[in-house]
Ligand binder design. Structure first.
Ligand SMILES: *Cc1c(COP(=O)(O)O)cnc(C)c1O
Ligand code: SF4
Length: 472
């Protein structure tokens, strides 16, 4: 093969989502840590090589990244608490000069894991084990079940909510009685329509065992959907260069892929390639991200991630608030941070790129969606809604005679009383873009509710003194 620089072009040179380290980075930088620069491409592209050469000890880490002596000592002490594995491919996404690098934070142990800042962190924060009728299966929601099929992952995320499961060793044997029991439970429960094959990461399973799960579930008539939850497209895409694996997934027919990108830099040409292969195989790909301090807890990063996902046709599905799992307290943000991000998405960017932000609640309460407030006030006749621009809008949901008493009043109350239909912030660009025009009854599109009154571009509307200007 030719030189690696030419062979590994960035999909979108200069764009960090394409795998560079930033805008000032030349697009030709090979995404390999220098220690692997001379590995032949055929090996680099082989998932077995990637797995065999994964970083699995602090002793290896210290030769590849800089640590302070205190840090090394602290993470050395943590080594037995949680598994460590980072494939060279994923490791190479780390900027070795940045101690706060977002890929590093996700994969490299930190001394902060020894802390339990709130005292509230738990080994099983979602109480999955309590909603487990047979070992490894969680039946929480009425029509879906989650199967923990393996304790193994290609990379162990430091904030993983299922550390208690991934901590188990083994998982490489053949089909066990536990596996049979999980399938038996699904078979015996016709209300289960959607089965999440999770772990660990099921794409680390020996292919025979994965085939057992997929073929068994495919044959159960009442199962409509098999969701394969995997981070392999992100952390070890080479695994999916293997057509046998892609074909096996496709042949189960009911498969949706549920993957887990957290940062725009993870959206590489390698990830794009395997997502394309999965999509070609007829498998929709949904993504969930975990909101992580220092990784993606700002609007710009999140927007870039969502945009990168749309480019490779991965549908953003959820943003999870980080669960209170032991050793991950330093990753947790406020809920306000998540709401701030959601506020910056809805209306501002493609709706198909907007995930639902959810808190997975204690006591096994499941996922609870969190949204900024769009419902501002309400009366018998109308609700007052606000849009992403801060427009406050009277919306009459039902066609019924009004009971407005005509009390002259201002602000939101004025909207409820029917004095006005909208309050517009004085710097609204969209209104400023409009030309003065007259809207006729019912046919004027967005001005129709005003019934033939002139809609003026904003500069001609002077404020009412409360920071809003009213039309009508
Ligand atoms: C998240 C989850 C599901 C799937 O939930 P959806 O909202 O349908 O994606 C099912 N079971 C468990 C235990 C889960 O945590
Ligand atoms: S891939 Fe999933 S199960 Fe595995 S460590 Fe990461 S979050 Fe946990």
């Amino acid at each position: 093969m030719s030189e690696p620089d030419a062979r590994r072009p960035l999909a979108n040179p200069g764009h960090p989502a394409a795998g560079g380290f930033g805008d000032d980075e030349p697009p030709s930088r090979p995404r390999r840590h220098p220690v692997w620069e001379h590995v032949p491409d055929a090996q680099w592209d082989d998932w077995r090589w990637q797995t065999q050469n994964s970083i699995r000890s602090v002793r290896q880490l210290r030769t590849l990244l800089r640590f302070s002596p205190e840090e090394l000592e602290a993470i050395g002490r943590l080594e037995g608490d949680y598994k460590l594995a980072i494939p060279p491919y994923y490791f190479s996404l780390i900027d070795p000069d940045d101690p706060a690098d977002p890929i590093r934070l996700q994969s490299v142990p930190s001394p902060l894991e020894a802390e339990n800042p709130s005292g509230y962190e738990l080994d099983d924060p979602l109480e999955e084990d309590k909603d487990s009728p047979v070992p490894g299966l969680t039946h929480r929601y009425p029509d879906r079940a989650l199967l923990i099929t393996t304790p193994n992952c290609s990379m162990y995320c430091r904030y993983c909510t299922r550390k208690r499961a991934t901590l188990t060793r083994g998982g490489w044997e053949g089909v066990s009685a536990d596996d049979e029991r999980m399938i038996g439970y699904v078979r015996a429960h016709p209300e289960i329509r959607d089965v999440i094959v999770s772990g660990g990461d099921p794409l680390t399973l020996p292919i025979g065992k994965l085939r057992f799960y997929l073929e068994s579930l495919k044959e159960i008539d009442h199962v409509d959907v098999i969701r394969v939850g995997t981070r392999v497209p992100v952390t070890l895409p080479q695994r999916l260069y293997d057509n046998e694996l892609v074909d096996l997934l496709a042949s189960a027919e009911k498969v949706y892929i549920q993957t887990h990108f957290n940062h725009p830099r993870e959206v590489t040409p390698e990830a794009a390639r395997v997502c394309k292969a999965l999509l070609r195989g007829g498998m929709p790909i949904n993504n969930h991200s975990v909101l992580l301090r220092g990784v993606n807890d700002d609007l710009a990063t999140m927007r870039e991630l969502l945009r990168g996902l749309l480019r490779i046709k991965v549908r953003p599905y959820y943003i999870f608030h980080c669960d209170p799992v032991t050793g991950a307290g330093h990753f947790r943000t406020s809920v306000w941070k998540g709401l701030e991000i959601m506020e910056g998405l809805r209306g501002h960017t493609s709706g198909i790129g907007i995930p639902t932000y959810v808190v997975d609640s204690p006591h096994g309460g499941g996922k609870i969606p969190m949204m900024p407030n769009y419902l501002v006030s309400m009366s018998d006749d109308a609700v007052v809604l606000r849009n992403y621009e801060g427009l406050l809008i009277r919306y009459q949901a039902e066609d019924k005679p009004g009971t407005i008493d005509g009390t002259a009043t201002r602000g939101v109350s004025g909207l409820l009383q029917g004095d006005k239909t909208v309050l517009v912030p004085h710097d609204n660009e969209r209104m400023a873009r409009r030309k003065p025009r007259v809207v006729r009854d019912g046919c004027g599109g967005d001005g129709a509710a005003d019934g033939g009154r002139p809609i003026l571009p904003l500069p001609m509307l002077n404020g009412t003194g409360n920071g809003h200007a009213a039309n009508g």
